[in-house]
Design a protein around this ligand. Sequence first.
Ligand SMILES: [Zn+2]
Length: 176
Amino acid sequence: MMPVISLEKVTTAAVVRVEDLTTRERMAALYASDMPNRFRAGSVEATQVAAWIVQGAERLGAEELRRRAVFSYGQRLMEMGARVPVHAQAAHERRFPRAGRLDQAERAAAGSTVWARLSASALARNADAEVEGGCPCGGGGWIAMPPLPEAPDAMTCPVHGREATRRHAAGQAVSA
Ligand SMILES: [Zn+2]
């Protein structure tokens, strides 16, 4: 008789390895885990942090974890460029309503890279970023600025401008 393959077993067989998660995926996983909102740095064992990361990653599933990680990095880049669209800020606040908990998750995720280095696949995804609900640059890499005398009429998009400058450095045309 053929063995019956349980679909549930198949889908849960893919064990989450911390090494295979990007820093922001770890952050999103920690936020979704049973991690307390606050704890002192160094007061929690690495094995506990790893367990929270795996717990949160399993709760969210790979696809949702990836979405949250990519959008949160886009949000961070837009914050650094002070270009956060209103809809993206709203989506970010819905996704991570507790700023203090997000800070804690971000610190713990950064700390985890010391004892769980990123695997090659995680490193390859680590800088992926996107703006939820559409970027002001429309994906072209340039954000139009209000016309002011002696000011540039466009700035590189903090998220997609990296791609535009990379293409330029590679000798390919950049369309403004
Ligand atoms: Zn953009």
